[in-house]
Design a protein around this ligand. Structure first.
Ligand code: MTE
Length: 316
């Protein structure tokens, strides 16, 4: 896939739908095929240390021959976003109350200059990429989604965490007026997630602002959500308003709520079952037969080294 360079991208062109029509010309083969709903040929071999590679060499691995992009309708109407209800159809129905502009992101903790960033300034000038990723929910369903956004590492480099920072924590907006689910105590609010800093710096991790070539819909986490394709979907925190750098491992919402079922790492792993169901298989939305779940969701070549020597049963 082709990557637009900062010089090509005015900050106003992060992903608004109207401008995407022009941007489509810049999407490489895989993205174009994927957006057309076609299978993308598997060609890319990976596993080269990220820092040694030019941006254009760090495209996400492509899909297998038999994998198709999930329909936009399914991806935007079958959601988990408990701030708007616990049913899969609730977020689409209820998320219209979220105001996504203006949007500020507070950056604090172990960082050179703690600051409240306007979202546009936070992302200004960063390369916008198109990435077609598998999306595997811990509930054993999955999708394939074309995202648009920036690399998380590019944002982190802009923020300049101090050498003692080892983790990065993300927080969702807390506003029961806009987020009716927060008037219930179904989860501890605000929703929080976190990554080890080396995971966050991996080139596959992104902050998405768009999907299917359009501004990301509210129900999918507008205006900024985390996408970490080798982890279960609950790590993909939506509507981010806070980024904090820490030395110690932050607490996370689902791990706090039900620690025996949802770990900090949440790497997709077919050999470690959820206590109540198998993780060896998954239902790809739009397909009839269940698929085998792949180690690290099919990104083992790229991310496996992050976990070398770790007991993935203990650190689930
Ligand atoms: N982020 C927030 N703030 N609130 C949530 O309830 N749900 C998570 C994750 N991010 C959630 C969230 C879960 S469980 C999943 S599977 C994914 O979002 C779903 O993303 P999708 O609706 O775009 O498929």
């Amino acid at each position: 896939m082709l990557i637009k360079r900062p010089a090509d991208i005015p900050s106003s062109e992060i992903t608004p739908e109207a401008q995407y029509v022009n941007r489509r010309a810049f999407i490489g083969t895989a993205g174009t095929l994927a957006l057309a709903g076609l299978a993308v040929p598997a060609t890319l071999a990976a596993c080269t240390p990220a820092d040694d590679r030019r941006a254009s060499d760090m495209d996400a691995p492509e899909l297998e021959q038999d994998e198709k992009v999930t329909s936009e309708e399914d991806a935007t109407s079958y959601n988990n976003f408990y701030e708007f209800g616990t049913g899969k159809e609730d977020p689409k129905r209820n998320a219209g109350s979220l105001r996504t502009s203006p949007w500020t992101v507070s950056v604090d903790g172990l960082v050179k200059a703690p600051k409240r960033w306007d979202l546009t300034a936070l992302l200004a000038g960063l390369a916008v990429e198109d990435r077609v990723y598998r999306h595997r929910c811990v509930e054993a369903w999955s999708m394939v989604i074309p995202w648009q956004g920036v690399r998380l590492r590019d944002v982190i480099n802009r923020l300049e965490p101090t050498p003692s920072a080892k983790f990065v924590e993300f927080t969702t907006l807390l506003d029961p007026q806009q987020m009716p689910g927060q008037r219930t105590n179904v989860l501890p609010w605000p929703y929080k997630e976190a990554l080890r800093l080396d995971e966050a710096m991996h080139p596959l991790a992104m902050l998405a602002t768009g999907m299917y070539g359009k501004t990301i819909p509210n129900q999918n986490g507008a205006p900024l959500r985390l996408v970490v394709p080798w982890k279960y979907g609950f790590k993909g925190i939506k509507s981010i308003v806070g980024i904090r750098f820490t030395t110690t491992q932050p607490r996370t919402t689902w791990n706090d709520a039900i620690p025996s079922e949802y770990g900090f790492y949440a790497n997709v792993n077919p050999t470690v079952d959820h206590p109540r169901w198998t993780q060896a298989k998954e239902r790809r939305i739009g397909e009839f037969l269940r698929r085998n779940t792949l180690m690290f969701n099919g990104y083992a070549n790229e991310v496996g080294s992050l976990y070398a020597g770790m007991d993935l049963r203990k650190y689930y």
